[in-house]
Design a protein around this ligand. Structure first.
Ligand code: NAG
Ligand code: NAG
Ligand code: NAG
Ligand code: NAG
Ligand code: NAG
Length: 419
């Protein structure tokens, strides 16, 4: 399959540049060690000409396309929960951490499609739609960001309890919550490659990741049969240095030339990681309840001057306006791969017991440079004055924040159609 050929058209320099950026990104993606890398990302990558068809616009699934649109001023729209009270990761609790401006909470997403306003999140309706079900998020820290948003949105409206939360607050690899009144379980499994991985993803002092693309990561795969709704989100880690395996065979590497393996880039491994995950979720559904698999597309970062340690890296106070910000070629490609793999899985799977949906958030997330913690990933970051270099998060979103909109769209996906 072409997906496994090395992409000779892309220069090694580009991979290396992407590798340096991603090295620096690790402090956000993983365990928050001190920032040591300056990153300069050179967008040398060729522009991928992709067709933006999506399941949602093809008419095969639900009828509204929420992927295109604009953010419109809506005071008070998004102050729906107290993130401290629902226990979100501290690095994303921007209000607690002292972020002084709150205008980023006052926007709602207005889809471009006529007759398709995006309804505000309705916790009671969401819980009704997933009554008796296990809703699982699987993927990188953006999957966790969205899962924590969903927990906060739901817990503000219904009795709940924490079933499990990893004791190491910096890692949070597995969490589970219960909503007993509706018999709903909500889980999040950290699996940055979806596939089985070791090395840097487990231990930051390792030089690279070791990824087994033929095997889904153990923890979520072991529980896959219990999952009724699965939201998959991965992509950022694929830009990191890694050696990729199929069984015991090395297929290639990315951004790690020291080992002399062929650099296979990030696109082919991402595709294969999704295929392996979707195969796991397509199997073993016989005789069980129908399953919905939702593939969330790539959520871009906003390190505006490509500096990871600049307190002003994402200092904007408002969303981008329509046309102000275009996706770069990597973001477009990472988004397209997910859309294409969802379509391919849907085409392979005509029997109605697993449905595949795309949660296409790339555009709406790209337009929200104002919604990240920035330096407010740490508590009161300017208490001792401003420094030239500070830890800055322009990847995840503040909670509450724009990621709540991901869950508004998820709600539409889950309620527009019968089980
Ligand atoms: C992309 O490909 C389509 C069809 O092959 C073509 O019509 C379109 O002009 C191309 N777009 C760009 C930006 O190259
Ligand atoms: C949010 O909850 C925390 C802890 O429960 C509490 O200390 C804080 O005052 C609350 N904040 C607001 C704005 O209500
Ligand atoms: C992480 O890796 C380093 C270097 O390889 C090693 O010394 C250390 O023991 C590892 N830590 C854990 C917790 O495995
Ligand atoms: C992995 O190896 C198996 C068995 O040798 C082979 O059938 C499969 O096509 C390989 N997959 C990839 C993605 O290389
Ligand atoms: C990679 O290739 C270089 C040059 O041929 C060689 O010196 C080096 O030992 C090789 N590294 C590994 C890990 O095989």
């Amino acid at each position: 399959m072409a997906a496994w050929q090395p992409l000779h058209s892309l220069s090694t320099t580009a991979w290396l540049a992407a590798g340096f950026l991603s090295l620096a990104l690790l402090h956000l993606l993983c365990c928050s060690p001190p920032v040591t890398q300056h990153a300069v990302f050179t967008p040398l990558l060729q522009f991928a000409n992709t067709t933006f068809s999506s399941l949602s616009s093809s008419g095969r699934s639900f009828s509204c396309d929420y992927s295109e649109g604009r953010w419109v001023w809506a005071p008070g729209r998004a102050r729906r929960y107290n993130a401290t009270a629902c226990g979100v990761k501290e690095g994303q609790d921007c209000l607690r951490n002292g972020r002084p401006d709150t205008g980023y909470l006052d926007w709602r997403w207005q889809p471009a499609a006529a007759g398709c306003p995006l309804q505000a999140f309705d916790a009671a309706a969401f819980l009704d739609a997933v009554r008796g079900r296990h809703v699982a998020f699987v993927g990188d820290s953006m999957a966790r960001n969205q899962a924590e948003s969903l927990f906060c949105l739901l817990s503000a409206a219904s009795p709940h309890r924490v079933v499990h939360r990893d004791p190491d607050a910096h890692r949070r690899q597995f969490m589970r919550w219960a909503f007993p009144a509706h018999g709903v379980t909500l889980s999040v499994y950290w699996a940055p490659y979806l596939a089985r991985s070791a090395g840097k993803s487990e231990n930051y002092s390792m030089p690279y990741n070791l990824v087994h693309l033929d095997a889904p990561a153990d923890r979520w795969a072991a529980n896959a049969d219990t999952m009724d709704v699965v939201v998959l989100a991965a992509g950022h880690w694929l830009l990191n240095s890694a050696v990729y395996h199929n069984g015991s065979r090395v297929i290639g590497a990315h951004a790690h030339p020291e080992l002399n393996h062929t650099d296979i880039g990030y696109a082919a491994p991402l595709r294969q990681a999704y295929r392996t995950a979707l195969e796991r979720l397509s199997s073993s559904s016989g005789g069980r309840r129908p399953r919905t698999v939702v593939l969330a597309t790539f959520s871009p970062t906003h390190f505006e001057n490509n500096r990871m340690d600049d307190p002003a890296a994402c200092a904007r106070k408002e969303p981008y306006r329509d046309g102000e910000k275009e996706l770069n070629s990597v973001e477009e490609e990472l988004r397209s791969i997910v859309v294409e793999e969802a379509e391919a899985a849907a085409a392979r799977r005509n029997a109605g017991d697993v449905r595949f949906e795309v949660l296409d958030v790339t555009k709406l997330a790209a337009m929200r440079p104002d919604g990240h913690p920035g330096p407010y990933m740490n508590r009161d970051p300017f208490a001792h004055g401003a420094r030239e270099r500070m830890q800055t998060d322009c990847l995840h979103f503040c909670l509450p924040g724009p990621v709540d909109t991901f869950n508004e769209i998820l709600q539409q996906i889950l309620t527009k159609r019968r089980w």
